[in-house]
Design a protein around this ligand. Structure first.
Ligand SMILES: Cc1cc2nc3c(=O)[nH]c(=O)nc-3n(C[C@H](O)[C@H](O)[C@H](O)COP(=O)(O)O)c2cc1C
Length: 173
């Protein structure tokens, strides 16, 4: 390759362009979730997040990382309960809605409050209703840890996936 071709760098080191780090992290394929709660006024709040991770089975713990700059960060880090809605392929519009600045995110989807209060998006692949147990500092994100109080899932649906900055779907049978 000629030296003036300027190929995109594919290595990150401290001090490099953070875009390269994002691209490296984007090689980790994930599902997509919408994390929700009610704010102090009882209004539904939620954002798209793919930083969801299971943590522990006994006790049953999971985590999600929420940007400190996100409008949802305040409500999510103080709400007693939150929900993780794992999205299926038909919910790509929900993923877009909950990751962009739209007037009324919940006005564009069907939802209802779960047994423990937080909003549940209808037709989600799985839903985890959690009690907040910890909020750890994670740099420019909060690491929100919850104990699973209720989990439900739809066995027949395929997951919405995210890889290298694009939505994907499974192509195995
Ligand atoms: C696929 C995908 C995954 C995302 N994952 C996260 C995440 O894990 N944590 C986060 O804070 N933001 C994540 N975002 C960005 C937020 O959804 C986005 O910044 C949103 O507009 C924040 O809304 P808010 O400011 O109303 O809280 C993700 C966006 C997309 C499209």
């Amino acid at each position: 390759m000629s030296s003036d071709a300027h190929p995109a760098p594919s290595e990150y080191r401290t001090g490099s362009d953070p875009r390269t780090l994002r691209d490296a992290l984007g090689c980790f394929a994930t599902g997509v979730t919408v994390v929700t709660c009610l704010d102090s006024g009882g209004r539904p709040v939620g954002l798209t997040a793919n930083s969801f991770t299971s943590v522990s089975l006994d006790p049953p713990l999971l985590l999600v990382c929420v940007a400190k700059a996100a409008a949802s960060a305040g409500p999510l880090t103080v709400a007693e309960h939150f929900a993780v809605n794992v999205l299926q392929t038909g919910q790509q519009p929900d993923s877009i809605t909950f990751s962009t600045r739209v007037e009324d995110r919940f006005g564009r989807t069907e939802w209802a409050c779960g047994e423990h209060g937080p909003p549940i998006l209808r037709q989600s692949l799985s839903v985890f209703e959690c009690a907040r147990t910890a909020v750890h500092d994670g740099g420019d994100h909060w690491i929100l840890v919850g104990e699973v109080k209720k989990a439900s899932f739809e066995p027949g649906l395929d997951p919405l996936l995210y890889f290298r900055g694009s939505y994907r779907r499974l192509h195995f049978d």
